[in-house]
Design a protein around this ligand. Sequence first.
Ligand SMILES: [Ca+2]
Length: 327
Amino acid sequence: MKKTTVYVAAFAVAALAPLGAEGLKSDLAETVETLAALTETAAQYPKHTAALEAAYAGLRLKGQVKGVKVKNVTEDAITVSWKALKGKDAAGLTGYRVYWADKNLPTTVYSALADVGAGETSWTWQHKSLRPFYFKVSARYENGAETELSDAAVSAVKARERYRLETLDRGLVGFKTEAGVFLSWRLLASEVTGYGDSGLTGTNFAVYRGGTLLATVTDSTNYLDRTGSIAETYSVVALDARGKEIPSSKASYKIPTEKNYIDIPLQIPPVDALPADAVIKSQLAYDYAPEDISIGDADGDGQYEYYVRWFPSNFRDVSGRGYTGKT
Ligand SMILES: [Ca+2]
């Protein structure tokens, strides 16, 4: 404990000397008092910890970098600028530190992104502007002291995601639940307009049961038809920016009459004969069970195929003797 307090005291003195700032003198006096109190009551460790933290926090300068703003945004770069510190604020200045966060809530902790020289008043982040980003700037001094972070500046969104995606269909499905018929469908990448607090935002949809318009869905890609029943045919159609239906986007699905699921026929592979010298005879007969599964639209018709890994019942680890069927 004593070693730590000595270190902090040394740091506090170092913080004062090159700056000569009036504000710091009173901070330092407080810090020294706190450290003295700590030394006197060295037996009460928890209290010391809190007091030590408070003393340490006092070493951060109370000044702030002003005029922080986002000067320019392109798809691939964001430039942040600020006003240069002058006069006594610039004495001993070694540079500025740019901080970043993707939210600006009271609880948000900003991360240091870059250190730039004392002569700089802007910095460019080579980063896709896919979301609004928040920036703050601090000033740093020769003695290691750093100011409080500036007010936040936010960047505009100029970039768009360009994924290599399969061209999938609407994927509309429905099933009967105790509460009614639940419908679910896809929002396609081309229909995404941004994101909100609960996820992606995008196109609105009109939902039909037969020829009857049930609802316009604006905040999700599912709908519960409380009075729906099996054997109904449902349709979903995307709406354009003016709320007009886009006929080419229409998809329909008929709720099966007798079952509440979709059958996917399995293609079970043939079982290969094991070699005649298979050392453990009980392993000769085996069959397959479906194991891991992956999806992909391999034939390009907009619907997923399911790829199943077939797991042989005679599977054994390499540490044991015997044969394992092909997988
Ligand atoms: Ca397909």
